[in-house]
Design a protein around this ligand. Structure first.
Ligand SMILES: Nc1ncnc2c1ncn2[C@@H]1O[C@H](COP(=O)(O)OP(=O)(O)OP(=O)(O)O)[C@@H](O)[C@H]1O
Length: 262
């Protein structure tokens, strides 16, 4: 079970105008601006649920995922995932979660994918039997057999994404956070990733929290959406709440964003 209660996250960023004189002034007098990325965020996600966490650019989705995965510490609020606070119980917590950031890689760039997997085996202290079983299953489900000996930098985006997903699941986590996992993928690769996520959730009952701007991802994968805008949860419900009365989910979503000045 995942519960977030009144979580606030503020970034402090230095502020200066463009130009040489502003850069010079900033050496002596720094001005800061506060960005309230999350402003009282609360939700609950049950074991085995699949949830789409959506919102416009800059809404606070990645900040939420980073807090849930223990990378960021909020200033206020509580978050419990299976009884653990992610940023306080990091070592125990990371055993329970897998994280995929579509725009970043957790694989070592210059070495074959399998070498990265072996390193992750050591980092997560996965026992040899479980590692072999998981590697076989993931290789089969994600079609990785021809890719394991290839250095990451030689993979196409779609091939790399399948390897990233496998890397995040080698230690058999109960929860998977996916931050834009289909970004930049072609239609075939998108379908492969979606099919895999559906199978994982159905067969292993893995809890999945998915952020994406691709409404087809959401339509294919989940009916529950949590919608965030300017750091506030604006809707926790069903995709049909957004789509109703519109020709497409994208149109419904655009209208929702406009009506909330997002
Ligand atoms: N490290 C940081 N330092 C300063 N500001 C940040 C930082 N990370 C995020 N922000 C700001 O916090 C707000 C929320 O950003 P966040 O990345 O969580 O949004 P998002 O919903 O994931 O956006 P996107 O869909 O564009 O990826 C934005 O205004 C962003 O500029």
């Amino acid at each position: 079970m995942i519960t977030m209660q009144d979580v606030c996250k503020t970034y402090k960023v230095s502020k200066r105008d463009a130009g040489f004189s502003s850069a010079f002034k900033a050496l002596f007098h720094k001005e800061y601006e506060l960005i309230h990325a999350l402003d009282g965020v609360s939700f609950t996600i049950r074991d085995g649920e699949m949830v789409g966490y959506i919102g416009p650019n800059g809404a606070g989705k990645s900040s939420t995922i980073k807090i849930l995965s223990g990378i960021l510490t909020p200033e206020e609020g509580t978050c419990l995932i299976d009884g653990l606070t992610p940023w306080k119980n990091r070592i125990e917590h990371v055993k329970n979660i897998g994280v995929v950031f579509g725009q970043r890689t957790q694989l070592w760039w210059d070495v074959p994918v399998l070498d990265s997997f072996e390193l992750l085996k050591e980092i997560y202290r996965i026992d040899a039997h479980a590692y072999r079983r998981n590697l076989e299953q993931l290789t089969d489900m994600l079609g990785l057999s021809g890719l394991l000996q290839t250095p990451t930098r030689q993979l196409s985006l779609g091939q790399r994404m399948r390897c990233e997903i496998a890397a995040s699941l080698l230690h058999d986590p109960k929860i998977l956070f996916l931050d834009e996992p289909t970004i930049g993928l072609d239609a075939v690769s998108k379908l492969a990733v979606r099919d895999f996520i559906l199978r994982l959730n159905a067969e292993k009952k893995t809890t999945v929290i998915l952020t994406t701007h691709d409404m087809q991802d959401i339509e294919a994968l989940t009916s529950r959406i949590i919608l965030i805008g300017r750091g506030h949860i604006l809707l926790d419900g069903n995709l049909t709440d957004i789509k109703e009365g519109f020709a497409s989910t994208d149109e419904g979503l655009a209208s929702f964003y406009q009506s909330h000045n997002l």
